[in-house]
Design a protein around this ligand. Structure first.
Ligand SMILES: C[S@@+](CC[C@H](N)C(=O)[O-])C[C@H]1O[C@@H](n2cnc3c(N)ncnc32)[C@H](O)[C@@H]1O
Length: 262
């Protein structure tokens, strides 16, 4: 184990297993339960890294390696979410049987997680971005996923949305307050009753300070600006003022969840 970063080094040892456990502590369902499983998961990640630029697919991808895939997406900076946020996102996506919409595909790291939560029904995931990273499609293909990537402005798409009611919207696009608020207002009308709206980078100033001190931001060198997270937090506050049919049901890291209750 790399003691400095407290991350698995890629060699399967008891120490590494302990390290994975630390990552996903209270989630035995997502955890390698033996060294053999740990080794297999690590081999899979090694192949994924090696074949990063190819589009050979792993259609028989098993759910038991989901923790390794999550760690791969986080450690290689393919997703901008932290490990705890990715697990949280995965859990909410798993609760949904219908359509999931993501705003902000980027390199499709979080799109892959949404797709993996549905495996055979990954075509129910739609992800929109104003630009389409060249490797986003290839990544999804590697995992054998059929998520729909849409190149559009999230506001334009939301206004003309015709793919049906939505179980969950994950907002991680333009982080300016007015943009986030407009995303919430435009997309909320498509969400079913009891459906979810998740926002990334949502922190109060105070939490931002604490989060920055101890979380992945330092490890990965991807420091989010204070203002960005506070913007999202302020947009959520304004949205909740005007939408009594939405309630705040929780947060993990900077990932906030609202539920539509009426
Ligand atoms: C923070 S990144 C998304 C990260 C991704 N969700 C992940 O975890 O891997 C934000 C993305 O939002 C996209 N974006 C910004 N404004 C947008 C808009 N108005 N409509 C759609 N996408 C937008 C950017 O191009 C960028 O790729």
């Amino acid at each position: 184990m790399d003691k400095f970063n407290n991350k698995p080094t890629g060699h399967s040892s008891k120490e590494d297993l302990a390290c994975w456990r630390e990552y996903i502590d209270k989630r035995p369902d997502l955890m390698a339960t033996s060294l053999t499983e740990l080794r297999d998961g690590m081999k899979l990640v090694a192949v994924l890294r090696q074949k990063r630029n190819s589009s050979s697919s792993f259609t028989k991808l098993s759910e038991k390696y989901i923790n390794h895939i999550m760690a791969y997406l986080v450690e290689d900076g393919i997703s901008l979410l932290s490990m705890e946020e990715i697990i949280f996102l995965y859990d909410y996506a798993k609760k949904c049987n219908g359509i999931i919409v993501e705003i902000g595909t980027c390199r499709a790291g979080s799109t892959a997680i949404l797709g993996l939560s549905k495996l055979k029904n990954s075509d129910r995931v739609y992800s929109v971005d104003i630009v389409q990273a060249p490797r986003a499609k290839a990544l999804l293909k590697q995992f054998g996923l059929f998520c729909n990537l849409i190149k559009s402005n999230s506001h334009t798409l939301g206004q003309s949305w015709d793919k049906g009611d939505i179980d969950m919207v994950f907002i991680d696009g333009n982080h300016m307050m007015a943009y986030v608020l407009a995303d919430m207002q435009i997309w909320e009308r498509h969400i079913i009753e009891n459906g979810y709206m998740l926002m990334h980078d949502c922190l109060t100033k105070k939490k931002m300070r604490r989060y920055r001190n101890k979380k992945r931001i330092d490890e990965n060198g991807m420091i989010k600006s204070k203002t960005t997270s506070v913007n999202v937090h302020n947009a959520v506050k304004l949205f909740l003022k005007d939408h009594e049919n939405f309630i705040d049901i929780g947060q993990q890291g900077s990932l906030k969840v609202l539920q539509k209750v009426g």
